[in-house]
Design a protein. Structure first.
Length: 414
């Protein structure tokens, strides 16, 4: 009897697939809290600057209107004998009334020129200070929100199934530290829960293997007796088949518990070789059903566990062979994409509604009787595939074909 592998030190992985979101076309246009706080701080400064500039402008205009009265006025009997470069309209020989009008016009012109110069210089100063205010607000917002960024990065790592990561935020005991501590506590509880679940499944499966092995031995001994009555022989065969199915279930649970843990030892594995081995194992079954095996398998190297990856390919091609139609086909391809390795298994078969595709990855979930009959497995194959893909940092997707069957695509990082 095979020995149960020791549980790895890494924490268990979550039992759900994180949603795959396509990258944003313009990530810098995303309305983040930092951008909104920057706009808020800068906008408030800009509004305050505009108000302050308006008040200064009004006060300066009032001061110029009140405090710039002419220092002298010409009497009506006098004749102008003065000239001024600042007031070119003032000429010698003008009457006093004409000179006073010209002086008033010159004073108004100088007052407006002073206000315009004050306004232009103030606007330039406001523009420069606004740029500094927005830059300062952006820097301060980033400093204030840096704990949130740390929380977000940790949450993204947890989404990527690294439950061992913690925020461990240091600093003042404020709302952000309280949020980080609460998040760390939640991760601790999740890690303990997943670890307890994994140990329970592994221990229970291991304890069940011994009595099942004993039952199989006793049934085989009884069936080897040539003098056994036919009724007893038929009963023994039925019990042996039931016992074999129970052993498959226990082995599947053990593999599922093992595959839901982070991989520690990774080695180079050729995905094309893994797919070829899986095809060779189901070739006899496929030929017996008249299924055509096809597909191009380009060599592509990934870092991972060869045994688990071979189980992924084997489970997919077994499902493709078992849930197929007569004279159908199975296509197994491997290809290298930028930063990714893709294993695709397509097959003909019964039509699968699109709304039922996601449920086939859940343990013991059945779409319909013809897909998960008692002679076609225990309902853990695709659950194991999903767990192994997650353990390698990848994912699996399923798409129904128009004519029936599925397209299963496993994407792994290179």
């Amino acid at each position: 009897m095979a020995q149960t592998p020791a549980p790895p030190a890494a924490p268990p992985r979550p039992t759900w697939d994180p949603p795959h979101q396509p990258p944003r076309p313009f990530p810098w246009l995303r309305p983040t809290i930092r951008i909104r706080l920057t706009l808020l701080y800068g906008g408030m400064f800009l509004i305050a600057g505009i108000l302050l500039l308006s008040i200064i402008y009004l006060l300066a205009a009032q001061a110029l209107n009140v405090g710039t009265e002419p220092l002298f006025k010409l009497l009506p009997e006098s004749k102008v004998a003065l000239t001024s470069n600042a007031c070119p309209g003032l000429r010698a020989g003008m009457s006093a009334s004409e000179a006073n009008v010209v002086l008033d016009a010159c004073m108004d012109q100088q007052r407006h020129a002073a206000l315009d110069d004050l306004l232009s210089r103030s606007l330039l100063a406001l523009l420069g200070l606004s740029v500094l205010a927005f830059a300062f607000g952006y820097a301060m917002a980033g400093r204030v929100l840096s704990p949130l960024g740390r929380i977000t990065r940790t949450a993204q790592l947890v989404v990527g199934s690294e439950l061992s990561r913690r925020i461990e935020l240091e600093g003042p005991d404020d709302e952000l530290k309280e949020l980080a501590d609460t998040f760390d506590e939640m991760l601790d509880r999740l890690a303990r829960a997943f670890d307890a679940q994994r140990r329970f499944v592994a221990n229970a499966s291991h304890e069940l293997r011994t009595p099942l092995a004993i039952n199989r031995t006793l049934l085989e001994v009884q069936l080897s007796d040539p003098e056994a009555p036919p009724e007893l022989t038929q009963l023994g065969k039925t019990l042996l088949a039931t016992n074999e199915r129970s052993e498959q279930l226990v082995e599947g649970l053990l593999l599922l518990a093992r595959s839901e843990n982070e991989l520690v030892d990774r080695k180079p594995v050729d995905l094309a070789e893994v797919a070829l081995r899986a095809i060779e194992q189901i070739r006899a079954e496929a030929e017996a059903k008249g299924l055509l095996l096809r597909g191009e398998r380009a060599p592509v190297i990934v870092q991972g566990n060869g045994v688990l990856l071979e189980r992924v390919a084997l489970n997919l091609v077994q499902n493709a062979a078992r849930y197929n139609t007569a004279d159908g086909w199975i296509e197994v391809t491997t290809e290298a994409l930028p930063g990714q390795a893709v294993l695709t298994v397509s097959n003909t078969g019964p039509v699968v509604p699109a709304y039922e595709v996601d449920s086939i990855f859940e343990p013991f979930r059945r779409l319909r009787t013809e897909r998960t009959g008692s002679d076609k497995g225990v309902g853990l194959g695709l659950s194991i595939v999903r767990s192994v893909a997650r353990a390698h940092g990848g994912r699996i997707t399923a798409e129904p074909r128009e004519g029936g069957g599925l397209v299963m695509r496993v994407t792994l990082p290179v």
